[in-house]
Design a protein around this ligand. Structure first.
Ligand code: SDX
Length: 436
């Protein structure tokens, strides 16, 4: 960029009477950024941004979100078009490689992923170390992290081939790990993947089939599952993706990095919200109780929040919530009657909340987690597995962002600073001289 066209912002320290120019950088779309990489070196000051509400941690080409307009795009393709026309395997390829695959690329990719879905037989012993009533997310964190104890042939992260083998293995195996975590929790035998199934069909097969009878995958459920996987696949620099990038910046092995993402996603403020929404809807129980729960959500002295509502970036309707709501109608029709009291309650809760001045003023709309629990329940997924499903889908996003971070020449170990508010120097006092 020519010097004339370079735009700057000026920071003025009125106390010291000093001013500093910092260059502005523009992406292909979205907010410009102020390049402050040498701020501390030049000014001796840090920025202060707890929760990174105004901080771009990296440059990325994977996912674009416009929170005001409710736009979500993977590599430039609108999420609505991808859920309408694509499938999860094609979206995985798109997120990983940046382009939609041609027929040969897609078929080779699907074949590679399919042939990595089995787990090393000894890994089944890991599951047996957990209590049957463990939360399956604990099993997911443990087993994903333990994969590095088995797959030594893909741990040299400076080797692009190793990075891709490890990436394929995690995308392929995360669904098997998830289904086996569920089977273990209900005391049923592990079900092995079958190569003739699609990714979504295989997951349903491993979750619900039993050795005693033929299991037929319901095509409506499989299509809904595939759409849910697409909708949850990636989402820019959210908490769990930022966790993966930070772990990756220390050159930790890929399995450990993705395990850290699973751990971060588990929180009810993040991916754990889908489980929390179902529990909240069951606690609300019926429409007449909605006003009391809304009052609690608006009461700052009450820690209760309306789960599935609000978002750091979306200040408009989360496009994923809209897509999942549509899928709910299809799946509920399939499971008979098209009605589920919890879905009706969720629709009424949304209607009342979106008319409430508090939610309007704070721009709190349903997010991806608000309806996903309703559809998971209709498919037969138990509540404890909702966040696990989110992790299955998001693994491709975490892996894609980890690879992008690794190939970013500007990348260095993530090491934020702080605003220190603790004690200044004080001499050590022997215990007998300290205040009683
Ligand atoms: C995901 O980042 C991502 O992209 C995440 C995700 C992804 O795909 O990776 O989209 C997935 O995590 C979706 C979010 C799921 N979480 C929930 O549904 C939990 C409920 N939502 C809230 O906890 C909250 O909205 C967050 C955590 C999602 C966002 O929090 P922010 O951006 O930090 O906003 P905030 O907490 O500063 O809230 C702003 C105001 C506050 O009031 P004031 O202090 O200004 O008076 O809005 C209020 C909050 O109290 N508020 C809510 C609310 N969410 C925010 N009040 C009631 N109910 C809510 N749900």
């Amino acid at each position: 960029m020519s010097v004339e066209s370079q735009r700057y912002v000026t920071l003025i320290d009125h106390q010291k009477g000093e001013s500093y120019d910092f260059p502005l950088m523009s992406g292909s779309e979205g907010p410009d950024v102020i390049d402050i990489r040498d701020l501390y070196a030049r000014t001796g000051m840090f920025t202060y941004d707890p929760g990174f509400t105004s901080t771009a941690s990296c440059g990325s080409s994977i996912t674009y979100i416009d929170g005001e307009k409710g736009i979500l795009r993977y590599r430039g393709y609108d999420i609505e078009e991808l859920t309408e026309h694509s499938d999860f395997m094609e979206v995985c390829y798109l997120l990983l490689y940046g382009e939609l695959p041609n027929l040969a690329q897609l078929s080779n990719f699907e074949c590679d992923i399919t042939h990595h879905t089995m787990l090393h037989e000894q890994i089944s012993n890991f599951f047996k170390g957990f209590r049957r009533d463990s939360h399956p997310m604990a099993t997911m964190v443990g087993v994903m992290g333990a994969l590095s104890a088995f797959y030594h042939d893909s741990l040299e992260i400076d080797n692009p081939k190793h990075r891709m083998i490890a990436s394929y293995r995690m995308i392929a195996k995360v669904a098997t790990i998830a289904a086996w975590a569920y089977k273990y929790s209900i005391g049923q035998p592990f079900v092995y993947p079958r190569n003739h199934y699609s990714y979504a069909e295989n997951f349903l097969h491993m979750m619900f089939s039993v050795p005693t009878e033929e299991y037929l995958v319901n095509p409506v459920m499989a299509k809904a599952m595939d759409r849910i996987l697409i909708l949850h696949a990636d989402h820019e620099q959210n908490a769990s993706t930022s966790t993966v990038r930070l772990a990756g910046s220390s050159a930790a092995n890929p399995f450990a990095c993705i395990a850290s993402g699973i751990a971060s996603l588990w929180g009810p403020a993040h991916g754990g919200a889908n489980e929390a929404v179902l529990n909240m809807l069951q606690e609300i129980g019926e429409v007449k109780n909605i006003p009391a729960f809304l009052a609690r959500a608006k009461d700052r002295s009450d820690s209760f929040r309306l789960m599935g509502f609000g978002h750091r970036v979306y200040k408009n309707y989360d496009p994923r919530a809209k897509a999942i709501q549509e899928s709910c109608h299809e799946v509920l029709k399939e499971v008979g009657g098209g009605h589920d009291p919890l879905f009706d309650l969720a629709l009424e809760l949304e209607r009342v909340a979106l008319e409430d001045p508090y939610f309007i003023e704070k721009k709190l709309f349903p997010n991806v987690d608000f309806y996903s629990g309703v559809i998971f329940k209709a498919i037969g997924i138990p509540v404890s597995m909702y966040t696990v499903l989110f992790a299955v889908a998001r693994t491709v996003g975490w892996v894609s962002q980890w690879n992008e971070m690794y190939n970013d020449p500007t990348q260095k170990i993530g090491r934020p600073r702080q605003l220190y508010k603790g004690a200044t120097y004080r001499p050590y006092l022997p215990v007998n001289e300290r205040k009683r």
